[in-house]
Design a protein around this ligand. Structure first.
Ligand code: ZN
Length: 861
């Protein structure tokens, strides 16, 4: 397994050869010596190597942890790739014209050699500690958040003081002397995940979006090569922050920085996984090199100064932004369907010089993520991103939505070889898969869906789980994770492994999640098809839904587990309530059908007006004969609690047939139509209802339906507001210039054949309840406390509080959720006191309609 990996001596030799062969592109030098007197190699790659330090640069480090061999290999392979291709690839030429690549492929040569030749899983360097033990974890030896301990034998012992080690001092000195570095990537194994830097505060920073996007763009290159999905996880609340790591040190120097955790093992099968990892990371690294000039301190293309949502509808979102006027720039707007997504050509939805963009044809009740950056069209240099906008489009006129979370008592995991599985419920993460000690494990998730009406028709549903960790729960490339709807009638006891294992599954939902799609920091979603939504509806018993999550059941030889850890959101290991398993539903209701009969009908011709008679056609002189219909909407329930979801008009002809080419048009007209010939010919048409009908068709179908389109339906809903009369006109047309004495009579008095306006409607509140009052923000024991008074309204269902450091949120999804429920206060437990931010308090009803937010502004102390 080990022989194909290069030794430190091998790579030194390779780099010296490169320097000889490619003197204009490549340079190797020592930036210091290790405890065991090895030179720490730094290589530089650029076009015209003499000016390398004058260009913005990427800083690559690898194998700072001795057993994480991948960094060293990626470094060698990346350099080899560039040197072999630079003369033929114009993109590479351009990148290295504008940027420089510095690499320390192996930042811990002593540890690496010790791991390679003696103790494979050695992690630290080879310092001899005062007590005779060996090693300092170099990635705990940097000053940001440094933790001082005396636990020298610990694998994460950070040394006696920051920069106590020659290896970290060499990195420090190089970085401090090279202020042209704009992006730093530190390669580790394993986990298939990016860990962008943070500033040791539990808040999004101005460049969080930049770091997430940089990592997402790299991840997308990887996905293109192997289908493998990398996660992105900034390590924010309430996760522990890593102390004394290089990543945070580089970030503290103004460098965009991330750790890259490659692969599924520390030392992987070279011919198998390692080869694939090398192949994936070359295009990923190149996508990072492409961004290097955009983060240069001398980049004069600044990010926009604001990025706001000005309007949200059920199928559109309007965005606005500000920028110092400059005719040389344009804006790029990107839209994604998930958080922390890439920004590439494929999701670039606008290039514009305008300061606004209206995105249309969106789906209702769906999350959208928007990013913006500025491009100088002359230099092609791009700005950093403004912090990302997250919105959820409104529900459609006939829709309701629900977000249901797992309930603690009914949610946990059961393992084959554990006796007391009940103790996991409501406490531990959900471990699902197979483990040599625990055996097979399933998760059971119970969801209370009490607020779902019995007649709800589920239009769409998605079940979401948050992958909490896959670094310690190693995952090989096999197996899949599925979610099944449990038949609760024969369910047995949910804390008994045998009962869970024997449960009847009504239906598995969504697409399985394959092992290479597992990562951390990015929600995994199982979306239900229409048929699965019906099964979901039918699986509800006593207002409860029970789901079983299952993974692979057999181990590969030599491996001891294939287990995924999903967050439960409860207990001391959970990331908190927002990370509970979650079911999102969009539903509508079975409509009530109301049939309205006309108040009045008239036939209007040049000769006069006849009540209670419907004829339409042409008189003996060839003038049109019209019919009019008047209805009243007063029998419907009130506008504020009713939506008309569907409307159509029924008309039955008398059995008189004519061959002539007459077509009949039904018009929705202004309510105040005068029923004389003059009035009819001057009528104002709102919209034609449905399609025209020919006299010939009446031979086969005496009954004709005219369907309302979206616009006519909206107008009809509007008319309900005043419960006003509404009128329709039946108009004949002919393709002949003159047609005389031809007309059709329509049924009036026979109830079953009479003209009818058929309306389907559902009870639904149109407007949110009133906002909270007395909203206040105070600092209590070092935490921000928000309090308010809830509205006194029977339809009030709760408040939702979010925070956003960069804009006043218009959408209740555009920020970090702090609270949702019926209380009248909440705390911002992890908020930093030294950053400005907005808190927004929304009120919602049972639809839910969200009120406009009350915004509280926090000023940094
Ligand atoms: Zn590591």
């Amino acid at each position: 397994m080990k022989q194909l990996y290069k030794s430190y001596e091998d790579s030194t030799k390779i780099f010296e050869e490169f320097q000889e062969k490619f003197p204009d592109y490549f340079k190797v030098e020592s930036i210091g010596q290790t405890w065991e007197k090895r030179e720490i190699n730094l290589i530089t790659i650029s076009k015209n190597i003499k000016s390398a330090d004058k260009k913005p640069a990427l800083f690559f480090t690898g194998t700072i942890h001795a057993r994480e061999w991948v960094g060293h290999e990626v470094g060698i392979e990346f350099a080899t790739y560039i040197l072999n291709n630079i003369d033929t690839d114009p993109t590479l030429q351009l990148y290295l014209e504008n940027s420089t690549i510095y690499m320390v492929p192996c930042a811990n040569p002593d540890g690496y050699e010790y791991s390679r030749t003696h103790f494979s899983f050695w992690r630290k360097n080879r310092r001899q500690n005062a007590d005779g033990s060996y090693g300092v974890d170099l990635n705990r030896n940097f000053p940001i958040g440094f933790v001082s301990t005396t636990a020298t034998t610990s694998n994460i012992y950070g040394g006696p003081e920051p920069f106590s080690e020659p290896e970290t001092r060499a990195l420090r000195d190089f970085v401090e002397a090279h202020t042209n570095i704009t992006i730093a990537l530190d390669y580790h194994s394993q986990g298939n995940v990016f860990f962008p830097a943070h500033d040791f505060r539990h808040e999004d920073t101005i460049d969080t979006t930049d770091m997430n996007t940089l990592c997402a763009n790299m991840a997308e290159e990887i996905r293109k090569i192997s289908g493998r999905e990398y996660g992105i996880h900034q390590g924010k609340p309430p996760a522990k922050l890593i102390s004394g790591s290089g990543r945070e040190f580089y970030y503290s120097k103004g460098i965009i920085s991330s750790v890259v955790e490659v692969g599924t093992r520390n030392i992987s099968d070279y011919m198998g996984d390692m080869n694939e990892n090398l192949r994936e990371h070359i295009p990923a690294l190149l996508s990072a090199v492409k961004e290097v000039p955009n983060y240069s301190k001398t980049n004069s293309v600044f990010r926009v100064s604001s990025f706001e949502v000005s309007e949200i509808g059920s199928n559109h979102v309007n965005l606005t932004w500000d920028y110092t006027s400059n005719k040389d720039v344009f804006f790029e707007v990107y839209r994604s369907l998930r958080d922390k997504s890439f920004c590439k050509e494929s999701n670039l939805i606008a290039r514009t010089q305008s300061f606004e963009f209206n995105d249309i044809n969106l789906s209702s009740n769906k999350d959208y993520f928007y990013n913006i950056r500025v491009v100088n069209k002359k230099t092609n240099q791009k700005s950093p991103f403004f912090p990302q906008i997250k919105v959820r489009t409104k529900i459609d006129y006939d829709e309701f939505s629900r977000t249901y979370y797992a309930n603690a008592a009914g949610t946990g995991y059961v393992s084959e070889n554990i006796n007391d599985n009940a103790k996991h419920f409501g406490v531990n993460s959900l471990f699902v898969g197979v483990d040599e000690n625990k055996g097979v494990s399933y998760a059971i998730i119970t969801i209370n869906a009490k607020s779902l009406p019995d007649d709800a028709l589920i239009k769409s549903a998605a079940f979401n789980l948050y992958p909490i960790n896959r670094v310690s729960t190693t995952i090989e490339k096999y197996g899949e994770w599925n979610v099944g709807l449990v038949d609760q009638n024969s369910m047995g006891i949910i804390t008994s492994f045998d009962d869970v294992s024997n449960m009847k599954i009504l239906k598995y939902i969504g697409r399985p999640t394959a092992s290479h799609q597992l990562t951390q920091g990015i929600w995994r979603t199982w979306s239900l098809s229409g048929i699965e939504c019906e099964f979901l509806r039918d699986s509800i018993l006593d207002d409860k839904i029970v789901l079983r999550v299952e993974g692979p059941k057999e181990l590969m030889i030599g491996r001891n587990r294939q287990v995924m850890q999903w967050d439960i959101g409860y207990g001391k290991f959970g990331f908190g309530l927002p990370y509970r398993p979650r079911l999102e539903l969009t539903y509508t209701l079975k409509p009530t059908v109301t049939t309205l009969y006309p108040k009045k009908v008239f036939t209007v011709s040049k000769d006069g007006v006849k009540a209670d008679e419907i004829a339409s056609g042409f008189d003996e002189k060839g003038h049109s004969i019209y019919s009019t219909f008047e209805f009243n909407l007063a029998s419907l329930p009130p506008y504020s609690d009713t939506f008309i979801t569907k409307a159509y008009f029924e008309l039955n002809s008398k059995k008189i047939y004519i061959k002539d080419d007459i077509r009949f048009h039904l018009e929705f007209v202004d309510e105040n139509i005068d029923t004389d010939y003059e009035g009819i010919t001057n009528r104002e048409i709102i919209q034609n209802i449905g399609y025209d009908v020919s006299a010939n068709e009446l031979k086969n179908n005496q009954t004709q339906y005219f369907m309302f389109d979206t616009f006519a339906g909206m107008t009809l809903n509007d008319k309900l507001k005043n419960r006003s009369d509404i009128s329709f006109v039946l108009k004949p047309t002919s393709s002949k210039k003159v047609l005389k004495n031809k007309n059709i009579s329509w049924e009036v008095n026979n109830v079953s054949l009479s003209p009818k306006l058929i309306l389907e409607h559902i009870p639904k509140r149109r407007f949110p309840v009133e906002q909270v009052t007395n909203a206040k923000l105070i600092t209590e024991n070092g935490r921000v406390k928000l309090s308010w008074s809830n509205p006194d309204n029977i339809d009030f269902k709760g408040v939702k509080v979010i925070k956003n450091a960069y804009r006043k949120p218009l959408s209740s999804h555009d920020g970090q959720k702090l609270y949702a429920g019926l209380d009248n206060y909440t705390f911002d437990d992890f908020g930093a006191q030294d950053t400005d931010k907005y808190y927004a308090i929304f009120v919602y009803d049972d639809v839910p309609n969200y009120s406009k937010p009350i915004i509280l502004e926090y000023k940094a102390k």
